[in-house]
Write a protein that binds this ligand. Structure first.
Ligand code: CA
Length: 414
C-alpha cells in the first residue's frame, strides 16, 4: 500500500531523486565529524544534529550517530525515525527548527554510507547469465545446469567497497593473451563495469539458523546501486575452478544513498515466473520484484538502460540461499544482485555484453569508440523507480585512473 503523497515545506525540484517519499540515508562530513544524513531535494538533513537538538521524539539519540547504529537499532526504530522525519519535513511549524540542520548537498563530502561487513555478489539475471554463457561457451548450453535451481553467487571483498566518487585505479594482474600459453603481468586491458542493485542487511541472524525466505523483510534494511568493476582479462585467466578473485576485488562502488525498503513499496512488482519450480526452501513471496531502471553512462553518453524488475532470483531467495547452510548474517552485509541485463541489446549491464566481447565497439557522443574502459573514462550509474513515486539513488560514479607504474624486474639486473 502506498501512503498518500505528502509534500514538504522545503522546495524539491520535480525531477529530483529525493522527494519526501524517498528519504534515503547516507553519511557525510559535518562540522563535528561524520554524521547520518537524509537526502531531500537538493539538500541533506543532518539527522545526528536533529537528535542532539532533541527534535527526534521517540528515537534514541544513540541510534542516529551513523547508519551503522541505525541498522543496529532494528525495524521498529527504522519506522519511527522515518515517520518523524516525514513529520518534521512536512509540518510548516517545524520549519524554523529543522532548517538550521539542512545543507546544500553540493557543498558536502559523502562517505561510505555504512561499514560493509561481508559482501556477496550474485548472478541473478537470466539474460546476463545467458549472454555470458554464449560468449564463453559458444558450443554448449548457455546456462549451466545449476542456474535455474539456485541463485549462483560468490563471496567478494567487503574492504574494497567504496563510495561513489572514489577514483578507480586500473588494476594490474596476470592474464593470458590470445594465442599464447604463458601468462604475463600488467595493467588490465579489458576493464569493465557491472550495473547492479544491492541490498543491505540491518538485523543479523544467528550462526546455524538459516533465514527463511518469508522472513527477509525482518533483516533487509534497504537498497543501493552497485558497480562491480571487473577486469575481464584477469578474470578469464584466474576464475577456474574457484570463481572470481582479483579480477573483481580491487574495487566495488556503491551509491552514497541507501533507500530504505519502506520507500520502495510503490515500486514493487511480481517477480518473473520460475521454471522449474525451485526447491521448497527457495519458494518465496512473489512481490519482491522492484521496478527500477538503471542507466549506465560512459563519459556522459547513456549506453544502456537495464531493467531491474526482470531479475530471475529475488532478494528473499538470495537471502534464504546464502544462509541455507547455517551461515549467519551480519549487520552491514551487502548482497549485490549480479549484473542487471534485460532482453534487449540496449539493456545490457556490462561492456562485455554491450560490445559482444569487444567485437562491436560502442560509439560515444564525442565520436570515440569503446570496447572496454580507457584511463580517464567516467562511468556513472543512476537508478530510478519506474512505478510509484519517482525516486532515485543519486549518482554512483567513478573515474578510471592509470595503473600503478610496474615494479622494476630486479631479476634482470642479477
Ligand atoms: Ca557482479
Amino acid at each position: 500500500m502506498t501512503s498518500p503523497a505528502v509534500t514538504s515545506w522545503l522546495p524539491v525540484p520535480e525531477d529530483s531523486d529525493f522527494p519526501l517519499a524517498n528519504l534515503p540515508y547516507g553519511r557525510f562530513v559535518a562540522a563535528g565529524g561524520p554524521a547520518l544524513g537524509v537526502a531531500v531535494g537538493e539538500h541533506v538533513l543532518d539527522v545526528t544534529a536533529l537528535a542532539a537538538g532533541h527534535l527526534l521524539h521517540g528515537v534514541p539519540t544513540a541510534a542516529v550517530g551513523s547508519l551503522d547504529s541505525l541498522l543496529a537499532a532494528g525495524p521498529a526504530v527504522w519506522s519511527a525515525l522515518r515517520a518523524r522525519l516525514v513529520a518534521l519535513l512536512s509540518d510548516p511549524a517545524a520549519r524554523e527548527r529543522v532548517q538550521p540542520h539542512l545543507s546544500p548537498a553540493e557543498s558536502l563530502t559523502m562517505l561510505l554510507p555504512f561499514a560493509v561487513a561481508d559482501f556477496v555478489d550474485f548472478y541473478s539475471s537470466l539474460e546476463h547469465a545467458t549472454n555470458l554463457g554464449r560468449l564463453f561457451r559458444p558450443n554448449a548450453e548457455a546456462l549451466l545446469p545449476n542456474w535455474r535451481h539456485l541463485p549462483v553467487g560468490y563471496h567478494g571483498r567487503a574492504g574494497t567497497v567504496v563510495v561513489s566518487g572514489t577514483p578507480i585505479r586500473r588494476p594490474s594482474g596476470q592474464s593470458l593473451a590470445a594465442g599464447t600459453t604463458a601468462p604475463t603481468f600488467g595493467p588490465s586491458r579489458r576493464l569493465d563495469v557491472e550495473a547492479e542493485v544491492g541490498f543491505v542487511i540491518g538485523a543479523p541472524s544467528r550462526l546455524g539458523a538459516p533465514v527463511p525466505a518469508a522472513e527477509a523483510a525482518e533483516h533487509v534494511f534497504g537498497l543501493v546501486l552497485v558497480n562491480d568493476w571487473s577486469a575481464r582479462d584477469l578474470q578469464a585467466w584466474e576464475y577456474q575452478p574457484l570463481g572470481p578473485f582479483l579480477g573483481k576485488s580491487f574495487a566495488t562502488t556503491i551509491s552514497p544513498w541507501v533507500l530504505p525498503l519502506a520507500a520502495l513499496d510503490g515500486a514493487r512488482v511480481a517477480a518473473p515466473p520460475q521454471q522449474p519450480e525451485p526447491l521448497p526452501y527457495l519458494r518465496a513471496p512473489g512481490d519482491w520484484g522492484f521496478d527500477l531502471t538503471i542507466s549506465l553512462e560512459v563519459n556522459g553518453t547513456v549506453v544502456s538502460k537495464p531493467p531491474f524488475a526482470g531479475m530471475y532470483w529475488t532478494i528473499p531467495q538470495q537471502l534464504a540461499h546464502a544462509t541455507a547452510n547455517g551461515a549467519s548474517l551480519r549487520r552491514g552485509d551487502l548482497f549485490a544482485s549480479g549484473t542487471v541485463s534485460g532482453p534487449r541489446s540496449d539493456q545490457r549491464g556490462s561492456l562485455i555484453e554491450l560490445t559482444w566481447n569487444g567485437t562491436q565497439p560502442l560509439t560515444l557522443a564525442d565520436g570515440s569508440t569503446r570496447s572496454f574502459l580507457q584511463d580517464g573514462d567516467v562511468v556513472t550509474l543512476r537508478g530510478r523507480t519506474a512505478r510509484g513515486p519517482e525516486l532515485g539513488f543519486g549518482d554512483c560514479t567513478g573515474v578510471i585512473t592509470p595503473a600503478r607504474p610496474q615494479l622494476p624486474d630486479v631479476s634482470a639486473d642479477a
